[in-house]
Structures are given as structure tokens and as C-alpha cells.
Design a protein around this ligand. Structure first.
Ligand code: ATP
Ligand code: MG
Length: 876
């Protein structure tokens, strides 16, 4: 059975059981400070489990793109070395929100695997939670009973497991509960007879692996660690799709399925190396095939490789693959980008964004590969240098810190560094390396994780109603609040029953302002979203949280932000009109002071094109178009109105459409009432941020005026300085021409004056044996001039040695020249002479036998240096 059919079969099976089939959420998480990437199917339903939002459907099934490379789930180091962990994988899942529980979940999983897919029962094992007396959590007897029905005659196929494997928690606090894993034994008959499968469950055997985890969420863990029963119990299941494919397609490795084979075959044909011969390169091929997916899907989701946060994680994954290609397959040229079309073939049916964006993905990967291959070369050089340094000081162990630096900046994992060192009979301080690694992990945890206290519930009024599209002030009530520590700072998170505050999203910054009760005013420094929850960030805890409050948004800031937001829409429209309809939004940042707009376009727009874009956008401003908003319409209808949906953006059931004339956008942001209040749009910069992606920065309204005035006044200042009354451009051109003429005549003059000095020096030449010795201190503008003089003398037939010095901008410079005949027949070297005299100017130098130079801090020592050279030669 093809992977494609299998995915379909799973979804249809649960559709028959009354489940709504939903889309995979983006793999890159945007609205959750505790999570960078989706790492399980349940992430997108977190708010439902937390009780923040009611579920739209009580039964849901889907296939979710997951990435496990950071935080709680990090499988990166396993990937490629084993055959069943991926960085990016698909998780098939079914959910019940307060409806069915353990009995149905177990029965259906069982029916799907054994009846629909015909997997032999004797190859399956189930685990249940054995209980934890110290935490006062009982054994999961319920699950045990239901599993007994599946294995009536095979009691040894039900195993009890510890908390580590059989108790699931979302975080330190929040919903949790016991889980049942389903494992499969895919070994051959003989091996299975020799050793029963139950002995290998959860033991890391690649042929006895977990395929499905059924989580039964029945508790809520509070900040003090205690558990309370949840009023509504939920089911959350996750099955590794690639592993299931392996089983159903009768393979022993995920990489042998049709999900990976097309890409692996392409790697073979590019590198000329065959996969599956247990050669040293099998691991490299698996790593590349796997990482290609992770990187491509994340680019399709709008997350480009970059230098920080999620972008950096993606860059590191790509670099890991490049490095395996380099060391394992001898690929010193970029090649991964050539695999993208095959990937799109294998997975594009279910994920059409891969197909439509394959050119962009390929270009970005090529650029990253090219850049990293350069760094990689540098890293290898650095290791070589370290090795030779260590050898010189007879040290055999590379400090952990250095190994970590190689890992962190050049993507060299410790095992590679170890391998290279071993070739030189050296070792890496692995414990030291691990310490550094641990430190870094802790640092990134501290940065990423919020240390949140329990919510203090004041009243329960359901979801927050957002009124900020109409109002900027509102009478409100606090529904809950909590204390949160981030980076050592303590803030209070406040949730309101309704709010005029816009929470940061879609690139637009959150509102600021205050809430005021009869006895206090609390400043709101930011408004953010955690999934769908609108959180007001405040500096202090309300002293009387149950009181009535007046919430007021800072209006000036909101107005400026709105002007910038509408301006991004107009620029987007103008860009498509001037550059072409291939232009797609790739990101944006809208603040009160300026805006940033990223878009796809493969060439640098010419100055003229940019001018036209700016002109077009400003014309839309002057036409004073009114805002038209259509809210709560299905995505399909919005599309038919001309709105373009962005990949990687999570759209709800219905969407909001913002129109200004012909500009139509899906947008949840706040905008001006009519375009005239933008005043003016001024583009202040344009440049590339990645292959095929460009960024425009612009300012509007008062900021634009400030910008323009600053520019104009700079020009006016110049006019005054130039005493120019007419055309400033002409005056500047004249100045530049004059300047270059002056520079040329100065150079001529300096050359002549240096030649004169040379003549003087030659007149004062003395004889030391049969050598003509020239020396002197001269005035020169650069060390180059000294060298030019040296070459002049070298050309002459006499056997000369010249030592000249100069004080150039407070630094001492020395040049020693020895005629060719003297270096050859007499074995006199300018290097030896410079070494003897450089000390006098507090410096050092070197060069070649016929010409050596030195620089030093002490120009006062020049005369002594010359004298010393003379003595040196006299004593030769
Ligand atoms: P394992 O112990 O094999 O790492 P897990 O306990 O981390 O699995 P869960 O978090 O329970 O797995 O995830 C649910 C299912 O997702 C697993 O049963 C497995 O089939 C699949 N899965 C988990 N991690 C990966 C991965 N890195 N690559 C592919 N599939 C995975
Ligand atoms: Mg795991």
C-alpha cells in the first residue's frame, strides 16, 4: 500500500467514527512562547485541553507535521543513526474532547491496526501505566481491562510501564494523564522464537518499536505539584506515520518506504554511491533524506534559515546534513537543493505547498549550502591548526570548550571532532564538551520557557471578546491573572472579559496602555497571544482584581501603527503591480515607528522600479480610499474576492478580509479608516534577506515627514558649506573632480620628493667592504613609498644594501633591501638584518632575503636602528 493511501485510510477510518478531519497546523509555531515547533499532534489543541477555548468539534482526526529538534523532544542526534526517528515526521492522531474515553480509543486503535491493516496480533504489544504510589497516582486498571479484551489469550502482550513511558504531561503544570503505547515487533520468525518481543519493548531495539501512543488526559497538575481530576476527560493519540508505513509496506526501516526512497535514489544517482549496502555512507544518506524534509517543510511554512531562534534551528539542521554529505559522501559542492523536486514528487500530493514553492525552497537551500561549505572548510582548517598547536605543546586532549565551539559555530558534532583527532592519536575532553552542551541547553531553556504560576481565576465568562476594531477604550472585568518570570523579570499576565487591546499577531505589535479601577492604574506594557488567549502584560498584580476597570489603549501609538499596517497592504499591492503577480508576502513587521515588508522576487528591483512602487502606493493614499472589512467569511469566499492566503499562517474556520480599493487582504490587524490619514509612504531601504526574498522598510505619516525633512536639511547644509547658490549637484560634482585632480598632483609631488630623498641618500652612501651602504630617514606618506624606493635601488647594477625608515602617522616603518648578487653569492639576507634592528622601534618584521619590512610603535628609535644595521654589516 502506498503511503498516500495509508494516510487516507487512517483519516477515513476516523471520519466513519464521527471525527472531523482537520488540516495540519503549521510546523513552525508563531503564537506560543513555550514552543518553537509543533512537536506533537496535540499542540494545536492546547487551548482546548487548558480550558481556554471550547472545542469546535468534540472528535477530531488529522495528520500533523511535527519537528522534534529542540526543547522537551529532541531526537536530532538519533536521526540517521537509527532507522525510525526523524526530525520532521507526520503524526496521525485522533482526539476526543470530553466525549469517548479509554474504551473506544483502545478498541478503535486495535480495530484499525489488526482488521483494517491486517497487522498480526501476535506482533503487537500494549503498555499501561503501572502507577506511582509516591505521587499517589494509581495503576491504570481501566486501560488494562480494555487491553485484555484485545489480547484474551496473550496476557504477556500487556506490559506495565513507569512514569517515563506511560504518563504524559504537557509541561510542569497543566493537563496530564496515563498513556498506553502500542509497540510492534517486525523481526523475522527465527529471531522472534529465540527471544520473545516483550523483552525488547522500550529497549531501543530498531525492530521492536513504538508506533502509537494513546494518552488519556484525566488530571490537571497544579504549580505545587498536586493533581486534581479534570471534570472533562480527553483522548489524545499520536501514531508515527513513517513507522506505520514501514510496517504496512513490510520493510525494516522507515527509509525503505516510498516516503524516502525517491529522494534516496536521487542521492545515489548524484553521488554514485548505492544505499543499503551497509556502507559507511548509509547514515549520511538517511540524514540528508530526513533533514531535507525538515528544512523544506519549514521554508514552505515561511520559516527561513537564519541566525536566531527557529530560523537558527533550521539552519543547524541543514548544516548537519551538509556536513554528513561532505564527510560521508564526499560532496564538497552544493547538492541538496537538487533533491527538492524529488521530495515534492514524494509528498506534494498531500502537501501542495511543497510543489508550488519548490523553486524558492531549492534556491534557499542552495544559498545556505554554498555559504556553509565555505565555513565548513574554515572549521576543518581550525581543527588542523588546533591539532598542530596541541602537538607542539605535547597535549593529547582537546578541551571540551573548543570542541563545543566547533560544534556550535561550524556544526561539527563531538563524534566528528573525535574522529578527526583520533587520526592524530588524540582525544576530545567529552565530559567537558557535555558540560558546555548542558550549559547551552539551560541557557536556551531559560530564554524560551516561561516560568508561569497557576492562573488565579476571578470569574469565568468564557472567551475574551475583542472590541479593538471599533473601540480603544472599554469597561472591563478581570477574569484571571497569573505571575510569570521571564529572564529574571517578573510580570503579571492579565486576561479580561473583553478588551480593546490588540494582541501582537500577523506582524503587528501589541497595544500598550493602561487599565484603571477606582483605586489604581496598572500600566499595560504589551499585549500578546498565547494560542488564542489574549494576555495583557502588566508590571504589577491588581490589588483588587475583582473590581471594575476601565481599559484604555494608547491612541497615538495605535494610530501610527494602523497607518503603517495599511501602508504594508498598499505597498504589497503596488509591488505586485510594478514587479509582477509572482510577488508574495513572506513576512512583515508593523510598529508605530516603521514598517518592514518581506516579499518573494528573484532580482533586485531597479531604482526606477522602486520609485514606481512608492509612487503607486502614494497614489492609493491620495485617492483616499475607505476601509472595507468583511468579517467571518469562509476562506473560499475570501479567495474568490481576490485575497491570497499565506502558507504557514494558521487560518480559522472563517477569516477577515480587509479591502482598500483593489487591495484585498486576509488580515486580522487594525487599519486606518481611510488611506489619506497615512499622509505619505516613504521607502527608506530595500535589500535581499535570503535567496529570492527581499525586504522593504518604510515610514509613514509624521515619521515620513521627519525623514524627508532630515534629508532635505542635510542637502541644505551641504549647499551652505559649498556656498552654492545654484545647482548643488553640479557643485558637488565639481568638488569631487577638483579633489581627484588634487590627489593626483599630490601623488606626483610625493613621488618626486621621495626620489629626491633617495638621491640625497645615495649621495651620502658609504662603503662597507665592497658593499655600497645606503641609509636614512625620509618623509613618506606610506610604507608603499619606502618599498618603491627599495625597488628603484634594487634595479641598479651596484651591490647595495639600503636601510631606510620613516615616521608615518606616529608609527615607525623600516625597509631593508639587499641587492640580488649579495643575497645569492654572499648569502646576506634582509630578513636577518631586519630582525637585528626591529627591536629599536619596538616592533617586529620579516620578508624575503632581498626585501624585508618592519613596523613598530617607536619612531624615536629609527636613527638607532639605522646605526645598528651599519654596525651589523661592519661585523659581518
Ligand atoms: P520513541 O520512544 O520511539 O522516541 P516517543 O515516546 O517519543 O517515541 P510519542 O511522543 O509518544 O513518542 O509520539 C507518538 C508517536 O510518534 C510514537 O509512537 C512514534 O510512532 C512517533 N514518533 C515519535 N517520535 C518520532 C520521531 N522522532 N520520528 C518519527 N516518529 C516518531
Ligand atoms: Mg521520543
Amino acid at each position: 500500500m502506498k503511503a498516500q493511501e495509508l494516510r487516507h485510510l487512517f483519516l477515513e477510518y476516523f471520519r466513519d467514527k464521527g471525527h472531523e478531519i482537520v488540516q495540519s497546523a503549521p510546523m513552525v509555531v508563531k503564537n506560543d512562547p513555550t514552543l518553537m515547533f509543533t512537536n506533537a499532534g496535540m499542540n494545536q489543541f492546547k487551548d482546548i485541553f487548558l480550558g481556554n477555548t471550547p472545542p469546535k468539534y468534540n472528535r477530531i482526526a488529522n495528520s500533523q507535521k511535527c519537528l522534534r529538534v529542540s526543547g522537551k523532544h529532541n531526537d536530532l542526534e538519533e536521526v540517521g543513526h537509527d532507522t525510525y526517528h526523524h526530525t520532521m515526521f507526520e503524526m496521525l492522531g485522533n482526539w476526543s474532547f470530553g466525549e469517548y474515553f479509554k474504551e473506544e480509543a483502545i478498541e478503535w486503535a486495535w480495530e484499525f491496526l489488526t482488521e483494517r491493516l491486517g497487522i498480526p496480533r501476535e506482533r503487537l504489544y500494549a503498555t499501561i501505566f503501572r502507577g506511582s504510589p509516591e505521587e499517589n497516582v494509581p495503576r491504570d486498571d481501566e486501560a488494562f481491562r480494555f487491553w485484555q479484551k484485545c489480547f484474551p489469550d496473550m496476557p504477556h502482550h500487556i506490559l506495565e510501564g513507569p512514569k517515563k513511558d506511560n504518563f504524559w504531561e504537557m509541561g510542569d503544570t497543566g493537563p496530564c494523564g496515563p498513556c498506553s503505547e502500542i509497540h510492534i515487533d517486525v523481526r523475522g520468525e527465527k529471531e522472534r522464537k529465540k527471544l520473545p518481543g516483550q523483552d525488547l519493548v522500550n529497549k531501543g531495539d530498531p525492530q521492536v518499536i513504538e508506533i502509537w501512543n494513546l494518552v488519556f488526559i484525566q488530571y490537571n497538575r497544579k504549580a505545587d505539584g498536586s493533581l486534581e481530576m479534570l471534570p472533562a476527560k480527553h483522548v489524545d493519540t499520536g501514531m508515527g506515520f513513517e513507522r506505520l508505513c514501514m510496517v504496512v509496506q513490510g520493510k525494516k526501516s522507515n527509509y525503505d518506504t516510498d516516503l524516502f526512497q525517491p529522494v534516496i535514489k536521487e542521492i545515489s544517482s548524484i553521488t554514485g554511491k548505492k544505499y543499503g549496502e551497509k556502507g559507511t555512507w548509509d547514515t549520511a544518506m538517511r540524514v540528508i533524506a530526513d533533514h531535507l524534509r525538515a528544512v523544506s517543510f519549514s521554508i514552505a511554512d515561511g520559516q527561513l534559515p537564519s541566525n536566531n531562534k527557529a530560523g537558527y534551528v533550521i539552519r543547524r539542521i541543514l548544516r548537519r546534513a551538509v556536513r554528513y554529505g561532505y564527510n560521508g559522501l564526499g560532496m564538497e559542492e552544493p547538492f541538496m537543493y537538487r533533491l527538492v523536486p524529488k521530495l515534492a514528487e514524494a509528498m506534494g500530493d498531500h502537501y501542495p505547498e511543497l510543489t508550488s514553492l519548490k523553486e524558492l525552497i531549492s534556491k534557499i537551500i542552495l544559498e545556505e549550502e554554498t555559504a556553509f561549505l565555505k565555513t565548513l572548510g574554515k572549521g576543518l582548517k581550525m581543527i588542523e591548526k588546533m591539532i598542530s598547536d596541541l602537538k607542539k605543546s605535547s597535549v593529547r586532549i582537546l578541551p571540551g570548550k573548543v570542541a563545543f565551539e566547533l560544534y556550535d559555530t561550524f556544526g561539527f558534532p563531538a563524534d566528528l571532532t573525535q574522529l578527526i583527532l583520533r587520526e592524530h592519536n588524540m582525544e576530545v575532553d567529552i565530559p567537558g564538551f557535555e558540560d558546555e552542551m548542558k550549559n547551552q541547553k539551560e541557557r536556551s531553556r531559560e530564554n524560551a520557557l516561561l516560568d508561569a504560576g497557576d492562573w488565579q481565576i476571578i470569574r469565568d465568562t468564557g472567551d475574551t471578546i475583542f472590541t479593538g476594531y471599533q473601540n480603544t477604550a472599554e469597561d472591563v472585568l478581570i477574569t484571571r491573572y497569573r505571575m510569570v518570570k521571564t529572564k529574571g523579570r517578573e510580570v503579571c499576565h492579565i486576561v479580561l472579559d473583553k478588551t480593546p487591546f490588540y494582541a501582537e499577531s500577523g506582524g503587528q505589535v501589541g497595544d500598550t496602555g493602561f487599565i484603571q479601577s477606582h483605586n489604581e492604574r496598572i500600566v499595560i506594557t504589551d499585549t500578546v497571544k498565547e494560542n488564542d488567549l489574549i494576555i495583557h502584560v502588566a508590571g504589577k498584580v491588581p490589588s483588587e482584581p475583582a473590581a471594575g476597570f476601565r481599559a484604555e489603549v494608547s491612541q497615538e501609538r495605535r494610530k501610527m501603527t494602523a497607518a503603517n499596517h495599511t501602508a504594508t497592504h498598499l505597498l504589497h499591492y503596488a509591488l505586485r503591480e510594478v514587479l509582477g503577480s509572482h510577488v508574495e508576502q513572506k513576512g512583515s513587521l508593523v510598529t508605530p515607528d516603521r514598517l518592514r515588508f518581506d516579499f518573494s522576487h528573484f532580482a533586485k528591483p531597479s531604482g526606477d522600479e522602486l520609485l514606481r512602487v512608492e509612487e503607486r502606493a502614494n497614489r492609493l493614499v491620495m485617492e483616499n480610499m475607505n476601509r472595507q472589512v468583511t468579517d467571518n467569511i469562509p476562506l473560499k469566499q475570501a479567495r474568490s474576492m481576490g485575497a491570497v492566503a499565506l502558507f504557514g499562517e494558521k487560518y480559522g474556520e472563517t477569516v477577515r478580509v480587509v479591502q482598500f480599493g483593489d487591495s484585498v487582504e486576509l488580515c486580522g490587524g487594525t487599519h486606518v479608516d481611510s488611506t489619506a490619514s497615512i499622509g505619505i509612504i516613504k521607502i527608506i531601504s530595500e535589500g535581499a534577506i535570503a535567496a529570492g526574498i527581499r525586504r522593504i522598510e518604510a515610514v509613514t505619516a509624521a515619521r515620513a515627514l521627519e525623514y524627508i525633512n532630515e534629508r532635505i536639511s542635510a542637502v541644505e547644509d551641504i549647499a551652505v558649506m559649498l556656498k552654492s547658490t545654484g545647482n548643488i549637484k553640479e557643485s558637488v560634482e565639481k568638488l569631487v573632480a577638483e579633489n581627484s585632480a588634487l590627489r593626483k598632483s599630490l601623488e606626483k609631488y610625493q613621488a618626486r620628493s621621495a626620489m629626491n630623498s633617495l638621491k640625497e641618500i645615495e649621495n651620502r652612501a658609504i662603503r662597507i667592504g665592497d658593499i655600497r651602504f645606503l641609509s636614512g630617514i625620509i618623509e613618506a606618506d606610506s610604507a608603499e613609498t619606502l618599498k618603491t624606493l627599495a625597488f628603484e635601488v634594487r634595479k641598479k647594477p651596484e651591490n647595495s644594501i639600503m636601510v631606510i625608515g620613516s615616521d608615518i602617522e606616529g608609527k615607525a616603518n623600516l625597509v631593508v633591501m639587499v641587492s640580488d648578487r649579495l643575497t645569492g653569492e654572499r648569502n646576506i639576507s634582509a630578513v636577518d638584518i631586519i630582525k637585528v634592528i626591529a627591536g629599536e622601534i619596538n616592533g617586529g618584521g620579516g620578508g624575503q632575503p632581498f626585501l624585508a619590512t618592519a613596523g613598530g610603535k617607536n619612531p624615536g628609535g629609527l636613527a638607532k636602528a639605522l646605526k645598528k644595521a651599519e654596525e651589523f654589516l661592519k661585523n659581518l
